[in-house]
Write a protein that binds this ligand. Structure first.
Ligand code: NDP
Length: 276
């Protein structure tokens, strides 16, 4: 009984869109609940988690830089979290802390939204960090041949090896070769984010029915997505992934599915457009 509490823990966490999104869903679902941002430095992560648990929280979303620490701290973990080597959700159960990775769910939902069909052909994954690892899990589960492009090819090779994935590996300079015949391109780097260098790719090499997915959502339409749209390629953005990872987290914390009628996308778009 009483108010159900959950939150998002990160460092920094002030820019997180999760509190606005979760609170809108709580209100529309008529749930007596609270969802708050919690700032914790890496050295305070474990103590903060235990304090939230003592305070009766149902669980937390976990964002940078704590996703690996969250998995390490948990008593049990889903296959997805284990394979990704990271958790973005911790659920505080009676006797244990359970780790999940709903970034994977969010990526899968975003590809579905873009109308992606796994059997159509190879996928190009740009990046080799945590977000790329989650994307590679989805590609591997779908049985799609993956080509990983990263500034540091060694890091990409290590990612593929650690996931038991026979991916082709390329440096950023060899991106044109990787794009040949690809049906899907995923940007899982921070390139194209506001204040970061652009991600320049020769998209004209892609087949006309390819899908371009950019995980970056600030700006909402990145240079890469703009270029893809101008070539009449299909596009999906990082906001879809953000919403897609939050849905199962909400259900895990508050015990109910998110209300379908809440216009969270429009709300988040407005919030992002209003930012300096
Ligand atoms: P990591 O720090 O783990 O990985 C960063 C990646 O970006 C690496 O592949 C790195 O290459 C590459 N990179 C960074 N700067 C440059 C540069 N100047 N030139 C070339 N490559 C560069 O970050 P994450 O994997 O956690 O996140 C990556 C991005 O994914 C985030 O910035 C965010 O935009 C997005 N994201 C979106 C989410 C969503 O819900 N929409 C959720 C999570 C992430 P190298 O290995 O060579 O260093």
């Amino acid at each position: 009984g009483g108010v159900r509490k959950a939150g998002v823990i990160g460092w920094p966490v002030g820019h997180s869109l999760s509190p606005a999104m979760m609170t809108a869903w709580l209100n529309d679902a008529g749930i007596e609940g609270e969802y708050s941002p919690v700032a914790a430095a890496p050295e305070d992560f474990a103590d903060t988690i235990h304090r939230l648990r003592e305070a009766g929280y149902a669980g937390v979303n976990v964002t940078l830089p704590h996703k690996e620490a969250a998995l390490a701290l948990a008593d049990t973990a889903s296959d997805a979290a284990r394979a990704a080597g990271a958790a973005n959700v911790l659920v505080f159960e009676k006797a244990r802390i359970h780790a999940d990775n709903t970034d994977i769910t969010g990526i899968r939902a975003t590809l579905d939204e873009g109308g992606w069909q796994a059997e159509t052909g190879p996928a190009v994954l740009i990046g080799a960090g945590g977000a790329a690892r989650a994307a590679l899990y989805v590609l591997k589960a779908a049985g799609v041949p993956a080509r990983i492009v990263n500034r540091s090819p060694d890091r990409a090779a290590e990612l593929a090896r650690s996931m038991g994935c026979a991916a082709e590996i390329h440096g950023l300079d060899a991106a044109p070769r990787a794009l040949e015949g690809a049906r899907l391109v995923i940007n899982a780097t921070s390139l194209g984010m506001k204040g970061q260098p652009a991600l320049a790719l020769p998209l004209d090499i892609l087949p006309a029915d390819a899908l371009v997915f950019d995980m970056v959502y600030v700006p909402l339409e990145t240079g890469l997505l703009k270029q893809a749209r101008s070539r009449a390629l299909r596009t999906v953005g990082g906001l879809s992934m953000l919403i897609g990872q939050a849905r199962p987290a909400f259900e895990a914390f508050f015990g109910k599915p998110v209300p379908a009628r809440t216009p969270v996308r429009a709300m988040l778009e407005a919030a992002l457009e209003g930012r300096p």
